[in-house]
Design a protein around this ligand. Structure first.
Ligand SMILES: NC(=O)c1ccc[n+]([C@@H]2O[C@H](COP(=O)([O-])OP(=O)(O)OC[C@H]3O[C@@H](n4cnc5c(N)ncnc54)[C@H](O)[C@@H]3O)[C@@H](O)[C@H]2O)c1
Length: 313
């Protein structure tokens, strides 16, 4: 099986390309190096065969790549949700026009598409939320999350009108090490700040609010589950390892670092309530979860063990 992975050098992509389902024999890696993660191409395994395309997902080159693929994992996106308020134009171009272009090509050439959305599309919620949440209740709180909801709705329409085969994941915030990892999301950002001896900057409103998180290993297992079982069933699945409060995450970091200091800041994104995201639908479909927050945090902290500020317990 030949697949295309866009955004292949990023946090998820750089781990996925090292842990692909054995059915995958050839991979077109697409990335425009917007985030400069050249190192993600270091020491790739001998199998499958990798072909790297340094190109934009909106480039004309994408047609030839997709035409010759059996599936697309579309990871490329502008992913910094907090700064997406300032970068709306770029977010719309890459995240909205990008998914539109790829989905239309996928429909034309009958190539199934895996689309990673985000649990942030749930926005202002409380209690336990699942994929049956009415569309009117989805209230994304950033241009980034809005762009993902746009993608979800577009795929749904193209599935009905053009027979596009797809699956959408609403993934919780990823934690866990990869060579192309980024540090502007909750768990990773805290680890970075603690390992550098900095104060943790925590949104005041978020301290005791529950949010969904996903171990990188679980996200990769979910992607492989779709690829390995050809599970492009036009459904949406929450992909979530654990629902946790920021306060619980910080307590877990404290297990490995004694010097945690916190500074509470105002959030630029509207306040939200506490909510849990259900993973029941994905489990019923055979997705499995083995990740855990403690292990993910410990592994990432260990990567910084050479820094002077690092005090492993
Ligand atoms: N990491 C998370 O917490 C998380 C959670 C939910 C959903 N997701 C989604 O999963 C996907 C992958 O996330 P990630 O954390 O690996 O992101 P990332 O930012 O680490 O990687 C994205 C990659 O896309 C590339 N890229 C950006 N614009 C591009 C363009 N125009 N053309 C080609 N390549 C381009 C970047 O260079 C980067 O390597 C994204 O769509 C993201 O929205 C991520």
């Amino acid at each position: 099986m030949t697949i295309t992975i866009t955004g292949a050098l990023g946090h998820i992509g750089s781990a996925l390309i090292r842990n692909l389902d054995p059915k995958v024999t050839r991979v077109h890696l697409v990335d425009n190096l917007f985030t400069q993660r050249y190192a993600s191409l270091f020491n790739l395994p001998a199998h499958p065969k990798f072909i790297f395309h340094e190109t934009d997902i909106l480039s004309a080159e994408m047609e030839g790549i997709i035409k010759n693929s059996d599936a697309i994992v579309h990871l490329a996106a502008i992913t910094d949700a907090q700064n997406s308020v300032r970068n709306r134009t770029l977010v719309n171009r890459v995240n909205k026009q990008g998914v539109r272009k790829l989905a239309l090509l996928a429909a034309r050439y009958r190539v199934p598409l895996l689309f990673p959305s985000t649990t942030s599309v749930y926005g202002v919620q409380s209690g336990l939320v699942d994929e049956n949440c009415p569309q009117n209740d989805l209230k994304p709180q950033s241009p980034y999350a809005e762009s993902k909801l746009y993608g979800e709705r577009l795929l749904d329409r193209l599935g009905k009108s053009k027979g596009l085969a797809f699956v959408t994941f609403r993934i919780g915030t990823i934690f866990g090490y990869s060579i192309g990892m980024r540090f502007h999301t909750a768990v990773n950002k805290f680890i970075w700040q603690v390992c550098l001896g900095q104060e943790l900057t925590v949104w005041k409103t978020a301290l005791h609010q529950k949010r969904p998180y996903c171990a990188l290993t679980d996200a990769i297992a979910a992607i492989n589950h779709v690829l390995g079982n050809n599970l492009f069933d036009r459904e949406i699945y929450n992909i979530v390892t654990v629902n946790s409060t920021v306060s619980e995450i910080i307590d877990t970091i404290r297990l490995y670092k004694s010097n945690v200091r916190i500074r509470l800041t105002q959030s630029p994104i509207m306040n939200q309530l506490s909510y849990d995201v259900s993973r029941e639908k994905s489990e019923k479909k055979g997705f499995t979860y083995t990740g855990n927050l403690k292990r993910g945090i410990r592994e990432t902290i260990r990567k910084f063990s050479g820094l002077r500020n690092t005090q492993m317990s």
